[in-house]
Design a protein around this ligand. Structure first.
Ligand code: AMP
Length: 282
């Protein structure tokens, strides 16, 4: 595996591989890698000639400066894991390298209504920052396929919209959520939990699963309220939002029959750590 830190080196690498007709899989990450990330990497390694994994904590997608400052960074260990996973390139740029004119947003991406609800409402500007970095990575890596996790369910929908509005030729591959044995969705932010917080965090997924059972003979609103009550009954957990939405449009549904695929997306504060998860209802 090669570790590349500069844009010029990356472009040279991609140019060579593309000229040789090789397919490229891209896995964008913010590092502090765990088995969730590695499941995407593993799939990309299977499906492509070359795999580039980017490790970059993207400042333009953080709306909270403390969240950015405390975001876990484990670059050396990340590179070790990626080399072991059979990745061709770890792309580990600095902020200056990615944003030579400063880490500011310069254009407005057309991301559709999917970007306006849930995370879009609670983290203003977040998806514009995500679109900015993913679009830049697509330009640099020219991937055949790019891999994203369903843990960030809304992000996948928004990226699909970005790809369409920018006319980018790439196959977006979505991968299932990886969980710890106790059900907690793996996340880099889990490293920020105290042992006490880590012990109650699995209650989020437990509540979602109970919600799915409950939904079999209750309406959408009742199921919503049940899940929120179950989560908030735990000392130290506070739901920010729970929305039951159409999996395609991400707009809220009022009846189960309204949409062929319904997903519940939740965000919970565990102390100061913001955790997200989701589950399929229909
Ligand atoms: P992040 O480093 O948090 O930006 O995540 C990088 C990619 O890994 C995103 O596409 C995430 O959706 C995906 N990812 C993060 N956690 C998980 C997980 N537990 N299971 C599957 N994919 C994940």
């Amino acid at each position: 595996m090669i570790i590349i830190k500069t844009v010029s080196e990356l472009e040279a690498y991609v140019g060579r591989e593309r000229n040789n007709g090789r397919s490229i899989g891209l896995v964008p990450t913010m590092g502090a890698l765990h088995a969730g990330h590695l499941s995407l990497v593993e799939r990309a390694v299977k499906e492509n000639d070359d795999v580039i994994v980017s490790v970059f904590v993207n400042p333009t997608q953080f709306n909270n400066p403390t969240d950015l400052a405390t975001y876990p960074r484990t670059e050396e260990e990340d590179c070790r894991l990626l080399a072991k996973a059979g990745v061709s390139v770890a792309f580990v740029p600095t902020v200056e390298e990615m944003y030579p004119s400063g880490a500011v947003r310069v254009k407005e991406f057309r991301l559709g209504t999917a970007a306006e609800v849930m995370e879009g409402k609670f983290r203003p500007g977040h998806f514009q920052g995500v679109a900015q970095i993913v679009c830049r990575l697509f330009e640099l890596c020219r991937p055949t396929r790019a891999y994203f996790g369903e843990k960030d369910f809304q992000q996948i929908a928004v990226i699909r919209n970005m790809v369409e509005s920018e006319g980018i030729d790439v196959d977006i591959v979505s991968c299932p959520i990886k969980r710890a044995d106790d059900g907690l969705a793996l996340s880099s932010r889990n490293a920020l939990l105290t042992p006490e917080q880590r012990a109650i965090a699995p209650e989020i997924y437990k509540a979602l699963k109970t919600g799915v059972e409950y939904s079999k003979d209750h309406g959408v609103k009742e199921t919503h309220d049940k899940v929120v009550a179950l989560v908030d009954a735990n000392d130290g957990l506070q739901t920010e939002y729970f929305e039951i939405v159409d999996a395609r449009t991400l707009l809220p549904v009022e009846e189960w029959e309204e949409s062929p695929e319904v997903v519940g997306c939740i965000t919970v504060f565990c102390g100061k750590v913001r955790l997200i998860d989701n589950i399929k209802f229909r």
